[in-house]
Design a binder for this molecule. Sequence first.
Ligand code: IVH
Length: 671
Amino acid sequence: MPDDLPPLAHARAAELRELIRAADHRYYVLDDPTLSDSQYDELYRELKALEAAHPELVVPESPTQRVPGTVAEGFEPFEHPSPMVSLDNVTTAEEFRDWVASGDRYLKSENERTYSVEPKIDGVGLELIYEDGILVTASTRGDGFVGENVTANARTIRSIPHRLHGDDVPAWIAVRGECYCRKDDFFAFNRAAEEAGERTFANPRNFVAGSLRMLDPSIPAKRPIRYFAYALGGVRGASYATQGDLIEALAALGLPTIPEARVLAGADAVVARYGELVDERESLPYEMDGVVLKVDDAALQERMGMRIRSPRWAVAWKFPAQRALTRLNGVDWNVGRTGVVTPRALLEPVFLAGVTVSHATLHNLDELERLGLKIGDEVEIERAGDVIPKVLRALEAPRTGDETPIAVPTQCPTCETALARDEGKVALRCGNFACPAQITGHLAYFASRGALDIRGLGEKQVEQLLREGLVQDAADLFVLEHDQLAGLERWGTKSAQNLLDQIEAAKTRPLDRFLVSLGIKEVGERGAQILARAFGTLEGVAAAEKDDLLDLDEVGEALAESVLGWFAEPRNQAMLARMRAAGVAPTAVEGGAGGTFEGMTIVLTGKLEQLSRSEAKRLAETLGARAASSVSKRTDLVVAGPGAGSKLKKAEELGIEVIDEAEFLRRAGRA
Ligand code: IVH
């Protein structure tokens, strides 16, 4: 404590922080407020005033620090202390019982067959790390290994404590859980937004996901977002014998936990509880998309271990898709980035599985014919998880005879080019490569996350650039100039510069991402990786002959034809030439077998779970590494499994990078 600070002020600030923390806990975690709003506000104002008078009293975990008042440039990557895994799914009681049986061989006694049965919250996973009880980082799942550091946004969530409380605060703990928004809060928020003429959100999950990725934390601070803790990413200074104990401990630390979670013995009890949760689904305050079942006993969890992406000791039992009846008011037609024109049902808005549905996909012409739909029909629709709703069937009985047939367009709804139907194919296609809808679709895809990841260039911005005549294809992006952008409506110097910086960075993205961005049919993420590894450079891929392509593992006729066709197209060649002239130079990928570990000396130690030692060694070698048996200064990387001993210690002493098997597999492109 600084000498010149009145001791009373110091004590009072600590007291106010504690009173506010306790009030937040009662209100946001226990749902049982003890203070009135005005009492709460009074405490908060007093603390604010005290901190304003004595800035040295401000500590990071103070409730006044929930909103920092600064805007971030972007999110730092954050490496999770252990991978944030996903779960395998089952969909029926039979599959669930098969999953139970698959655990038999790990059981030592029948009474180990106890499960934690928890709602699967339909929100966004978030990891919270507390050091000595203070929240230090919050991160999204990302690819499971590396997520985004969204601490500033997470601090604004009132049900996330800034400081853990109770007698058993561990020295370090990584808590995993879900950010979500209650259904009633979501509707109230959307209603208010609509009245204020502001943007509304499609569903609570999108709302939460968008909020966590805001650069300005004052935005999520005003949104009704909550948190449930349900799993552990690691802990020091404590241990939990069962999932049930973990949940109790998390609650005792002041974290919100799912009230409907139960620990139950035997598969029958689990099946019964699943049925109850299906029945309660509508009436519970949050959205859930299934039930998560976890083996309760931590020792048994350990024994069962992991598959490559998911634990053997937990599984998600998804809910059946939800259905509703409504009226088909019409059909509109949309042109995608490849020119395929797809019908979309315009529906009488109906509430289904947490959202108001007014559109549904009809896939293609065949599907339309199969369904035999007419405008005015009563239709049954279905929404499963996060997928777009679809039309299942038309009801015959309620027809009055006033229903009208659906008119299939003969011209592109955007550019009026005559539409063609590919021989033997179900797709209706606009063959005009200059069709604005196709260009918009392609450019938005080009800039999307899985492709070149040009932030700030979404569909709206693309449409605007197109309208203004600034771009006609992806190559034009790379010659955009500051003044052209800064002068546009709703743009300014800063946003123009941001986009130009993003575009500059996109010039040297890895080759596989660049190949994805071109939107070549059949070439998805995996196909692009294979091509990039095999040929190394864009020129290499462009020059590949059919046999070169077919020689590759996992490359079939369709992919080979599609790649050859794309690079043979003069329009595409011209576009690539213009990109090259503008400085686009995708980063080459080491040739040969892949080269992820080219030139590295790798040591394997401890027990490996997914691969045998010799398989792991061979894998490392095919990717360019030399596998060594002892750790020395010349070692570049150590892959350590459970039980690793002296080699691991040596590696740590020498400061050599140590990864686990999952990370090894991921780097090797096998996870
Ligand atoms: S446990 C090993 N419990 O479901 C345990 N996950 O595929 C890992 N989720 O994206 C997860 N509710 O964000 C767990 N009660 C719950 C959950 C839950 C929702 C999400 C989680 C993850 C996905 C699992």
